[in-house]
Ligand binder design. Structure first.
Ligand SMILES: Nc1ncnc2c1ncn2[C@@H]1O[C@H](COP(=O)(O)OP(=O)(O)O)[C@@H](O)[C@H]1O
Ligand SMILES: [Mg+2]
Length: 255
């Protein structure tokens, strides 16, 4: 049986492969993402725009056609990383892989006979620390991934010169996802995908959401809003870090 990895056209063009083999027809931005070879990519997208699905397809393409490949999925919780893994598995079942192609196959980890791996981890710093030589790091719901975990996983890309894809809907003006988007975007390939760019979200649905959902701009228009529980706005807090103001000097009365 010819190895799937011999298939030149599919190997070179993940979009063609996704359409013909997975039956997944990428939207224009999803096709750009699938074809990109950038090492650092940040996706700031509406809910339900298809970020996890596209990254699952991308991860499977790398697992089949690139060697070595070690895909690691992290997310704020196990449920969320498992969801991307489920999409990965759904796509995998559409590919006719030779029976000896897989060596390990659990709900959260797949090992291919060629040594490639694809693993989903929960959002805890300790469990992620054991991995190295990651070639593709997929960070789902990145706006809610703790900075400690982000700082733990980044070095795993160093030796392998691996790729890092952050995908999220915004969640307040905080954390590394916000910081990268607002201050370091020029160093990343970036995608801003409001709901209007998703052909599966109707105008009617969005109009209703706009009237009823106070987080509409965040959920569907990629906007970083103040968090509900903060007493001060991000700008107010940032403004207090000024060199021009002397620190308060309070004398404590002795009782
Ligand atoms: N190009 C596409 N064609 C058809 N369905 C798609 C496409 N992209 C995403 N979907 C579907 O849209 C839904 C939301 O996708 P998902 O990847 O979970 O979105 P997100 O992670 O951005 O919230 C899923 O049911 C998925 O199968
Ligand atoms: Mg998702």
């Amino acid at each position: 049986m010819p190895s799937v990895a011999d298939d030149g056209a599919y190997s070179l063009d993940p979009v063609l492969w996704a359409r013909e083999v997975l039956g997944f027809k990428p939207d224009p931005w999803q096709a750009d993402l699938l074809r990109s070879r950038s090492r650092k990519i940040i996706l700031n997208c509406s809910r339900q725009s298809g970020k996890s699905t596209t990254c699952a397809a991308l991860g499977l393409h790398e697992s089949i056609y690139r060697r070595p490949s070690f895909g690691l999925v992290i997310a704020p919780s196990q449920d969320q990383s498992a969801e991307l893994m489920m999409k990965f598995d759904e796509f995998r079942s559409a590919v006719e892989l030779p029976s000896d192609y897989l060596s390990t196959d659990t709900k959260l980890a797949v090992k291919f006979a060629n040594g490639n791996r694809f693993v989903a981890r929960p959002g805890s710093e300790k469990t992620a620390r054991s991995f190295s030589a990651v070639t593709l790091l997929l960070e789902d719901e990145a706006s809610r991934v703790l900075d400690d975990l982000y700082n733990t996983v980044r070095p795993m890309l160093a030796v392998s010169n691996g790729r890092h894809i952050l995908m999220s809907t915004p969640f307040g003006k905080r954390g590394h996802f916000f910081r990268i988007w607002s201050e370091q975007r020029d160093m990343w390939e970036w995608y801003e995908i409001p709901a209007e760019m998703c052909p599966r979200i109707t105008k009617e649905f969005l109009e209703e959401e706009k009237r009823t959902n106070p987080w509409f701009e965040q959920e569907y228009h990629c906007k970083f809003l103040e968090t509900t529980d903060s007493v001060f706005t991000f700008e107010q807090v940032a403004a207090t870090a000024s060199d021009e103001v002397d620190p308060l000097n309070i004398e404590v009365a002795e009782w």
